[in-house]
Ligand binder design. Structure first.
Ligand SMILES: *Cc1c(COP(=O)(O)O)cnc(C)c1O
Length: 257
């Protein structure tokens, strides 16, 4: 159960969110895009349920998590305070992390959009779980591995955050066909993380090309989930429709994930 967010934390989150929305709007305008076409996802991993409640209270609608155990308990804690904080009922939960098949029965119960679909076996498991545990289809994105699309400027000794996983672009259409054939899933687009050590602008330009090819076959799959605290401008310049922001909104994480 949550204690409820403090007024200080709420004010801090509101100020951070205003600054992030300004960055998004400026990046959209300089790309000749409508800022309203970019959805801000607050990535709340490692932060408490109270922060999610505070974000909902100040108008944030989309939140993202990358680990099922943490996300499931946070979503339950947040739902438990909906009488005092009615805005939490309108939250949309995004699952942005690597997904193991033994977690799908849990994830499909709270997630509105799963960003990290990258293999046929995961599609099969998600479809079965969504059919069993949901009353409407689950929206999914295919995670794209961009490492082969952009030259690394420096060797990257550590895997970057969330960078593991993803299909190489050559395998995207086959996976997309599998998702399109699933009864309880809806293919909505692509997601990627800029490879560590690569120029994010180059990575997101490559992603835009991949998205174009997908949309030529699947016109409803127009979501491009790209851009984090450090590279959101580059992502928006290259067509991101959903940006995933943690640090710039919530502050630094002690755990490296
Ligand atoms: C943690 C995470 C983010 C947010 O990263 P920040 O740099 O803190 O903004 C975005 N996407 C994924 C997949 C993540 O795991």
């Amino acid at each position: 159960m949550t204690q409820g967010p403090t007024a200080e934390r709420r004010a801090e989150l509101a100020a951070n969110r205003a600054a992030v929305l300004d960055r998004i709007a400026a990046a959209a305008r300089s790309a000749g895009r409508d800022p309203a076409d970019v959805t801000l996802i607050a990535v709340t991993k490692t932060f408490p349920a109270d922060d999610v409640v505070a974000l909902a209270d100040i108008g944030q609608r989309d939140v993202g998590e990358n680990r099922d155990q943490e996300a499931a308990s946070k979503a339950a804690a947040v739902a438990a305070v909906r009488d005092a904080h009615p805005a939490v009922a309108d939250l949309r939960w995004h699952f942005v992390g690597q997904l193991q098949r033994n977690k799908v029965a849990s994830v499909v119960r709270y997630a509105d959009l799963v960003h990290s679909v990258d293999r046929v076996k995961l599609v099969t498991s998600l479809d079965r779980a969504a059919a069993e545990h949901r009353d409407r289809p689950l929206d999914v994105l295919v995670q794209i591995d961009l490492a082969g699309e952009v030259p690394a400027r420096q060797p990257s000794p550590k895997a970057s955050i969330g960078a593991r996983g993803g299909v190489v672009p050559a395998d995207l259409l086959a996976l997309a066909e599998t998702i399109a054939g699933a009864t309880a899933l809806r293919l909505r687009g692509v997601m990627a993380v800029a490879p560590l050590g690569a120029d994010p602008a180059e990575a997101f330009a490559a992603l835009a090309g991949v998205s174009d090819r997908l949309r030529a076959e699947f016109p409803q799959a127009g979501v491009v989930s790209a851009g984090m605290s450090g590279d959101v401008e580059a992502a928006i310049a290259h067509g991101a429709t959903h940006v995933r922001i943690g640090t710039a909104l919530l502050g630094g994480r002690t755990a490296l994930r």
